[in-house]
Design a protein around this ligand. Structure first.
Ligand code: ACO
Length: 325
């Protein structure tokens, strides 16, 4: 039985040029390279030196279009996952659309699902493609979290980084089996009873400002390993594949101990677990597409590879996607 799949045909990413090491952070808060490395696995992160979420998104989008061999004219939809938009309104997607010069009528929207944002955006674009409403979508995860981090709070400021990743997905006829290329399964979840556990304080409707990230780190940590593993297991089950069929797992890059916990829970060998938290930090919605594009550009991820994507973040929200590149 033939059916429409969304195939990933282009990958792009962009990082701010400024790199901040753990030793740099030890000069502004009471911390150490040793503490940050052992608790989080982070060694350095890129921090905006003026680049906005829109700037990083635009550069990632251009690279994704180039690797897809497409132009902005080909896009039917742009969807940007972010919690750090350039303006409260309009969307970053609309800004990118204008800068890229898409055709009139290209759908533009942003989505707010924190660290799960890219999986949410990918799922929604995939569903629109499978319904036949669009043929080609540009899906971006982008953040300048450095703008909402309290640089005097060592509990949070050491964890985050800035960056953007983008993929172009396009309709392609598949056979309806797990041998198809493209997105084979997606699954989204949320549990709003954990709203207070990870919050960016303030907002347009409450304080007319944007505040800083605050969190109950231990609670997030405990929840994350289970949520990330659950989403990964469910998408494999939906697609009818097992962990042995999977070439790679790419979990949201929050903390190396969470990532390793997921690998262990799913009984996947270390070599199959993609890690970029060491040099990106936690870039929230950007973390998965950034790592996808970086690894694709490096030749590590190849056409035909079966990859599990899994993310969890504020809300709590979480979700997974199974993709054959
Ligand atoms: N440097 C030195 N000491 C620090 C630092 C720091 N940067 N930050 C906190 N500490 C101190 C605390 O003040 C505390 O001291 P106290 O015991 O005297 O009060 C102590 O270290 C806490 O140490 P641990 O309990 O060993 O810390 P833990 O192992 O829980 O690690 C961490 C903390 C890294 C925040 C962990 O809980 C975590 O990663 N949680 C997940 C949070 C997360 O990833 N959030 C991102 C968004 S959600 C997501 O992406 C999934």
């Amino acid at each position: 039985m033939t059916l429409i799949r969304s195939e990933m045909v282009g990958f792009g990413h962009c990082l701010p040029t400024k790199v901040v090491t753990n030793d740099d952070l030890a000069k502004i808060v009471e911390t150490s390279d040793e503490w940050i490395r052992t608790r989080t696995g982070i060694v350095s992160r890129h921090i905006s030196d003026g680049e906005t979420t829109g700037d990083l998104s635009f550069n990632a989008a251009q690279m994704a279009l180039k690797t897809a061999g497409m132009t902005a004219e080909d896009l039917d939809m742009i969807i940007v996952a972010t919690v750090t938009p350039d303006n409260t309104s309009p969307s970053v997607a609309a800004k990118i659309s204008g800068r890229l010069g898409t055709k009139s009528g290209t759908i533009c929207t942003d989505i707010s699902a924190a660290c799960s944002g890219f999986i949410y955006a990918l799922t929604m674009a995939d569903n629109m493609i499978r319904l036949g409403q669009i043929k080609t979508a540009l899906v971006i995860g982008a953040e300048t979290l450095s703008k909402i981090v309290d640089w005097t709070d060592r509990n949070t400021c050491v964890l985050f980084g800035d960056g953007a990743g983008a993929v172009v997905i396009r309709a392609k006829e598949g056979q309806g089996t797990s041998a198809d290329t493209g997105i084979l399964a997606t699954k989204l979840y949320a549990d709003g009873s954990h709203y207070e556990s990870l919050v960016v304080l303030g907002g347009v409707s409450t304080t007319q400002t944007s505040g800083f990230v605050t969190m109950d780190g231990k609670e997030v940590f405990k929840y994350a390993v289970n949520a990330l593993s659950q989403a990964a297991e469910n998408v494999m089950e939906i697609a009818g594949v097992t962990k042995d069929d999977v070439d790679w797992i790419l979990p949201h890059q929050a903390n190396i101990r969470i990532i390793e916990g997921v690998g262990k829970k799913l009984d996947l060998p270390e070599e199959k677990v993609i890690v970029s938290v060491d040099h990106h930090g936690n870039t929230s919605a950007a973390s998965i597409p950034l790592a996808l594009s970086e690894n694709y550009a490096a030749g590590r991820l190849k056409k035909g590879d079966l990859v599990v994507l899994t993310a969890m973040g504020a809300g709590f929200t979480w979700g997974g996607a199974l993709v054959r590149i």
